[in-house]
Structures are given as structure tokens and as C-alpha cells.
Design a binder for this molecule. Structure first.
Ligand SMILES: Nc1ncnc2c1ncn2[C@@H]1O[C@H](COP(=O)(O)OP(=O)(O)O)[C@@H](O)[C@H]1O
Ligand SMILES: CC(=O)OP(=O)(O)O
Ligand SMILES: [Mg+2]
Length: 405
């Protein structure tokens, strides 16, 4: 076998994150990001394994141009990652919202594209750029198999009573208003890694996985299947996040709109971009900044941190109730993997569930999968670095192999 190169693309409204894998060895050949698309000072970052990172600034007005620059760089003689675009066998696209259409990864054909289009309304911030990325990649890599991997797919196993909202039923029937959940690729990956780490069959485990990065969600996973998760119809529900408010009393929305004379767009922006850690601290959405300010006595940063941790604890508690138990608690993503303080503060007041943290292990700064609970803890507390890109690449490889059988 000559190898199988798979390109992973994760498009945001003004960015393209990309990673090129050689899937016969699951090794990363190159990775990077194009930022500030739509401006004359867009930035392309590329890191080719074994070489110095490269940063270029230029005008990039849309995703088509962004992707074509990335491909040219990968094919350039200096970088020499690939000789020609034909070498890329598959492109795996992260698609955030798959609605009720998709419970697993699929090859993108016109019908799939149409279904992704139809979910734009449910996640406009994510699905529209995802579709732009698909269009750009399909036109520039026409020979490759294009695969969509959905954030929502893993959560399609939730029982009806967990995903329905107690609103008039007609809203579900007409508009499919229900809980979908997100970060599914990550929750699936870390739960499978946790079972492998513990050398136990996943079918025996009740796992609670905390994906806390910029966006943040908790999932309850029983027998390897998602049974509940804190994000909802959109990635706004649930935990307090960097700039998103998470759960609030829904009556606040019309009240604030009336009092402040806000438009729909303004109130959405308030809840998505000006709330969470940033809204409470008035300082930053970045947990590193919040932690430092709190340590120096900044009262609002302290409050933001207290609220953030308290909410995670409450959701964990509710999922212990949902599953009637918890064997494993996982921390992952930017905050979960790196903040020993957040992990400590979340776990400190969960001793009633039998959680005992090993402070020494928790303080260690390492990139590896590891246990941070004591040997007598009733719950295994693990830090598992997530790898959504590898998971997407594996799904793409699986589908390519299926069609070439
Ligand atoms: N050492 C650290 N301590 C605390 N928080 C950290 C640390 N490193 C990264 N983070 C947090 O991780 C967040 C980014 O998480 P990440 O999962 O990479 O986000 P996303 O993929 O959603 O953009 C940042 O907002 C930052 O606050
Ligand atoms: C769905 C979601 O919130 O994604 P991210 O964490 O990448 O913003
Ligand atoms: Mg992320």
C-alpha cells in the first residue's frame, strides 16, 4: 500500500483549521490555520512535522482562496509535503450540526450537502462556514472522497425524554426544535480512550466527560453511548463558557430585549459573544487571564471562576443522577487538559460521589493521558487530551476503505 493521505478541515466564519495525516501510520504530516479570512491581513500558519513553523500574512477574501493557498504551500518545493493534489485520498470535514439526519459520518454527495444546508438555520455561526469549506475543498480536490463528520452524531443515541424540550410539541414537529448536543467527536474519542487506558470494556462503564475549551459541554456516556449532554439545539446551552452564557432563565431574553430595546441580532450577540467568563469578569474569555487575575485578588475574575466551576459541578451531579452512578470522570480540551486549578476546584466538592483527587498528579503538566485520582478513589478521574482531527481522519479512512472494497 502506497499510503493514504487524509486532509482534515474545520472551517469557522473567518478561519480554516487544517491537518494532513498519513493514515497508514496515523502520523501528522502538517497542520495549521488560516485566520482573519475576509481581510487584507489574513494569516496563514503552517507547521510541517520536523520543520520550523511558517507564518504568512496576505489578503485572503474567502475560504476558496484560503484553501488554495494552503494547498499551494503544501505542494511547494520548499515545504514538499505533497507533490500533487491527487495524493490527497480523502478530505474529512468537521460539520457542527447534522440535525436529525446523521448519526454517523457520511460521504458528501448532493443529498448530504442539501441536508447540511437545511441545518444552517439551527447553527448559522458554524454550518454556513462548514459548507463554504466543503465547497472550496470539493472544487479544489475533486478527485478526493469528501466525508462529513458531525459534532451532533454521537449524541443521536440520547433517549427522547432527554432530548425533548417541554415546549408545545408542534415546535418539534415543525422545526425539529430539540436537544442535539455538540463536541460529539471529542466526547466519543475521549470516552473510548478512557476505556482503553483503564483496560476495561466501555460497555461496563458510566462515564462523564467534560470537554471544556472555548466552547464547553459535559456528556453522560453509558455503555459507550451518549445518553445526555449539556449543549442543546445550539452550542449556547449548558455550561458557562468563554463568551457564551450557557443556561439562563429564558424569560430574561424578552425582558432584556424590551428594557434595552435590543434587536434579535443584538441579544444573540450578547449571549454568544459578550457573556460567560468575559461578561462576568469584564477582563477576558481566556481562562489563563481569569486565573491570574483571580489570584491577584480581582473580585470579578474570582466570581467568574467560582460560577464557572460551580456550574460544571452541578452538571456532573445531575449526570450521576441521570445514570445512577459514575465510574469515570474525564477532563479534556483547552481548559480541561491544562488547568489544574479548574480540575481541582471541580473535584474538591464531589467527595460525596467518592472522588478523591491526587494533588500531585493533578498538578503535573503533561500532554499524556493520565489518571489524577488516588488509588482509593471510587471514581477514576482522567485527563485525556482530545483529538477531534484524528477521529475525523479515522472516519474518513473507514469510508474510503468501504467504497474501495
Ligand atoms: N494553561 C492553561 N490554563 C488554563 N486555561 C487554558 C490553558 N491553556 C489553554 N487554556 C484555555 O483553553 C481555551 C481554548 O480551548 P480549546 O479547546 O483549544 O478551544 P477551541 O478548540 O474551542 O477553540 C482557551 O480559552 C484558554 O482559556
Ligand atoms: C460546537 C462548539 O461549541 O464548538 P467549539 O467549541 O469549537 O466552538
Ligand atoms: Mg474545540
Amino acid at each position: 500500500m502506497l499510503g493514504m493521505k487524509v486532509l482534515i478541515i474545520n472551517c469557522g466564519s473567518s478561519s480554516i483549521k487544517y491537518e494532513l495525516f498519513e493514515m497508514t501510520t496515523e502520523s501528522v504530516l502538517a497542520e495549521g490555520v488560516v485566520e482573519r479570512i475576509g481581510t487584507d491581513s489574513a494569516i496563514i500558519k503552517l507547521r510541517v512535522t520536523g520543520r520550523d513553523p511558517l507564518v504568512q500574512t496576505s489578503e485572503i477574501l474567502d475560504h476558496q482562496v484560503g484553501l488554495s493557498r494552503v494547498l499551494s504551500l503544501l505542494m511547494s518545493r520548499e515545504q514538499g509535503v505533497i507533490q500533487s493534489a491527487e495524493e490527497v485520498k480523502a478530505v474529512g470535514h468537521r460539520v457542527v450540526h447534522g440535525g436529525e439526519y446523521f448519526s454517523e459520518a457520511v460521504i458528501i454527495d448532493p443529498k448530504v450537502r442539501q441536508a447540511i444546508r437545511q441545518t444552517i438555520d439551527l447553527a448559522p455561526l458554524h454550518n454556513l462556514p462548514n459548507l463554504l469549506g466543503i465547497d472550496a475543498a470539493q472544487s479544489q480536490l475533486p478527485q478526493a472522497v469528501h466525508v462529513a463528520v458531525f459534532d451532533t452524531a454521537f449524541h443521536q443515541t440520547m433517549p427522547t425524554y432527554a432530548y425533548m424540550y417541554p415546549l408545545p410539541r408542534v415546535l418539534y414537529e415543525k422545526y425539529k426544535i430539540r436537544r442535539y448536543g455538540f463536541h460529539g467527536t471529542s466526547h466519543k474519542y475521549v470516552s473510548q480512550r478512557a476505556a482503553a487506558f483503564l483496560k476495561r470494556p466501555i460497555e461496563e462503564l458510566k462515564i462523564i466527560s467534560c470537554h471544556i475549551g472555548n466552547g464547553a459541554s459535559v456528556a453522560a456516556i453509558r455503555q459507550g453511548k451518549s445518553v445526555d449532554t449539556s449543549m442543546g439545539m445550539t452550542p449556547l446551552e449548558g455550561l458557562m463558557m468563554g463568551t457564551r452564557c450557557g443556561d439562563i432563565d429564558p424569560a430574561i431574553v424578552p425582558y432584556v430585549m424590551a428594557r434595552e430595546e435590543l434587536t434579535l441580532a443584538e441579544v444573540k450577540s450578547m449571549m454568544n459573544k459578550h457573556s460567560g467568563l468575559l461578561g462576568i469578569s469584564g477582563l477576558s474569555e481566556d481562562m489563563r487571564v481569569i486565573e491570574e487575575a483571580a489570584e491577584q485578588g480581582h473580585a470579578q475574575a474570582k466570581l467568574a471562576l467560582d460560577m464557572y466551576v460551580y456550574k460544571i459541578r452541578k452538571v456532573i451531579g445531575s449526570y450521576v443522577a441521570a445514570m445512577n452512578g459514575m465510574d469515570v470522570l474525564i477532563f479534556t480540551a483547552g481548559v480541561g487538559e491544562n488547568s489544574s486549578l479548574v480540575r481541582e476546584r471541580v473535584c474538591k466538592n464531589l467527595t460525596c460521589f467518592g472522588i478523591e483527587l491526587d494533588d500531585g498528579q493533578n498538578q503535573l503538566r503533561r500532554k499524556e493521558e493520565r489518571r489524577i485520582s488516588t488509588s482509593s478513589s471510587k471514581v477514576e478521574v482522567l485527563v485525556i487530551p482530545t483529538n477531534e482531527e484524528l477521529m475525523i481522519a479515522r472516519e474518513a479512512k473507514k469510508l474510503v476503505e468501504k467504497i474501495s472494497l
